[in-house]
Design a binder for this molecule. Structure first.
Ligand SMILES: [Zn+2]
Length: 90
């Protein structure tokens, strides 16, 4: 599998490290309560189909990426920098 890093271009997936669902970018705020934090830490989906995942270009530019991938075919649909997808806090 090849991942098209926005900064480095297409690279072998062995240069990257899978870090879980891209939902982890949106950590709950303290005012959302303990149940929201419990779900954030312990509850994981395991969908068949298109998912958004966090990947770290560990052996490259070290950027964090959000990769949209179909888990049934491993086809990568899009790759973007995680910094562009993070929540903006004031
Ligand atoms: Zn890179």
């Amino acid at each position: 599998m090849r991942i098209n890093c926005p900064l480095c271009g297409a690279r072998d997936s062995r240069e990257f490290h899978y870090r879980g669902s891209a939902k982890l970018i949106d950590r709950p705020l303290p005012e959302q309560g303990r149940a929201a934090m419990f779900d954030y830490v312990y509850i994981r989906d395991n969908p068949a189909g298109v998912t958004r995942e966090l990947w770290h270009h560990r052996n490259g530019c070290r950027a964090w990426l959000v990769v949209a991938r179909d888990t049934t075919s491993h086809k990568i649909l899009s790759v973007e920098l995680a910094a562009d997808r993070g929540r903006v806090r004031s």
